[in-house]
Write a protein that binds this ligand. Sequence first.
Ligand SMILES: Nc1ncnc2c1ncn2[C@@H]1O[C@H](COP(=O)(O)OP(=O)(O)OP(=O)(O)O)[C@@H](O)[C@H]1O
Ligand SMILES: [Mg+2]
Length: 413
Amino acid sequence: MKNPLEVMIQKNIYKDKKVFDVDWVPENLLFRDRDLKEILDVLKDVYLGTRPKNLLITGYSGTGKTAIIKVAEKYFEDYSKKHPKKVAPLFINIDCSKDPTQFKVLRRICMTLDPDTKVPLRGIGIDDLYDRLTPLLLESKRFIIVVLDEIDKYMYNPKNKDKERLLKYLSRRQDLNAPTKTSLIYITTKARIFESLRDNDEVTSSMNTVHKILYPYTEEELIKILQERIKRGIKKEYRHLIPLETIKYIANCFKDSHYDVRQAIGLCRASIDSLNGNERLTPKMVFKAKEKLYNASVKNTLKSLDIKFIKILYLLRTNGVPTKKKRYETDENYRLLKKFYEKTTHEKIHTKRQHARYLTELEDADLVDSVLENRGRAGGIVRTWALIDEDFVLPIIEERLINYFKQRKIEWK
Ligand SMILES: Nc1ncnc2c1ncn2[C@@H]1O[C@H](COP(=O)(O)OP(=O)(O)OP(=O)(O)O)[C@@H](O)[C@H]1O
Ligand SMILES: [Mg+2]
């Protein structure tokens, strides 16, 4: 038999599929030259014998925040290769959505600086970790830049105690006789991340932070970025299957989400994957791919969502009548939920204030939407409704509730 791989590989339209991966970063970012220069200008102090200021990088999702720091890191490596006496800083990249506590971040830094020692996840105290870290930092020949990506997951984590200690520790001189060896880069979509610390002068001044905002791309810029990706990822002889008109359609899909590059690249890949044989990619096919992606992501979110949110969504979505679409005023919604709690679990319901916060969280996750209704002199009221109207959604919510109540042996309907 002729090796079937011959034909498969030859017929494959991808030249390099990984360029469509969410975490793949090109050597250079389009349209970010000026931003990159500003960032390098802060960090260059590493070579000048002083500690660079800390950097806070904010911007909407998919504006290239994570990517720009990876590119900056490469510039340092390149420079130091050319100038061996100038030792490149060591970037320690920490994703706080995976390591959302002081302990975990410290542990990660220790393990990066000293890969031979394993730090257990339990049975060791915070102070022990600081005792381990301090000599590692003092001995390090390289300047250390700790990148705390998704820092909001660290700052807003209620289980993360004494969170400012680590930030202060890494922002200041460890020891008055020792040269300063560390600085911090915070990355987040939340521009106001440190606002709650404002009253604490000591923290903010020791953090000495430059705030850099990455503004969203324009539609034209997003189109160019997508074109560039396609050029790198798709074989030349197949590129005509993805016409400009369709790329424009893909970009336009994200006009309400600040032309988010990450999502646009994801949709691009899903659409190309749905191509059969030698057909051309049409907007209609992109639309279908988008729907499929959206459904998969909603399903995923709902499967792992905390049960208190599931209960809220259930009420917003049904109020017991599955087809009824209704916009609930916050108090009214709270009252209904309270009844639901009383009828079912007899568990204590969260407070009204918490409820408003939960609704905001659901809104952030695009699961509900709300409007402020103006009531003239009486002020305004907020009405909220579930965004997820697709038929497949209610069964998932119900299944979660059924399991939840079954475990507690409760009749709920
Ligand atoms: N200017 C650009 N040129 C080329 N590719 C880009 C550019 N900006 C972003 N990208 C690509 O877009 C994707 C998303 O970028 P990145 O992960 O840096 O976004 P982010 O701002 O960190 O988003 P989030 O807040 O969701 O973490 C990556 O694949 C990145 O390579
Ligand atoms: Mg990021």
